[in-house]
Design a protein around this ligand. Sequence first.
Ligand code: SF4
Ligand code: SF4
Length: 122
Amino acid sequence: MSFVITQGCIGTKATECEKVCPVDCIHPREEEVGFDRVEQLYIDPKLCINCGACMAVCPVLAIYPEEAVPAPLRMFTKKNADHFRVGFDEFHQKYPEGRSKELIKAFNLKEAEKQKANAAAR
Ligand code: SF4
Ligand code: SF4
């Protein structure tokens, strides 16, 4: 198990999480080559020690423990792992930017439905 960065980070990349990670498993770091080319940051599941420090500082609530990733966002678990496992070109073929946008749309729709159902139940 590890923590997972999801859609909220796309386009944000504020890097607060990187600064507090005790084992330096969130990449790319701002000073690393490739930072400008990624749409979000990723957690290396092989190195993450599940301390939760990153989740506590993320301003957009993009980080979840693996077991709590909402169903529409579950592909981000593999996306985080693949970032450290496959080469840059293969990764971007697998996860083109449009794919992430579709996921965000699906997630936002689900959230809106949930809020509507909650409001109706009150
Ligand atoms: S849970 Fe802890 S170890 Fe894992 S990525 Fe977050 S800060 Fe780093
Ligand atoms: S703190 Fe949140 S938004 Fe900022 S880089 Fe980390 S995951 Fe992305």
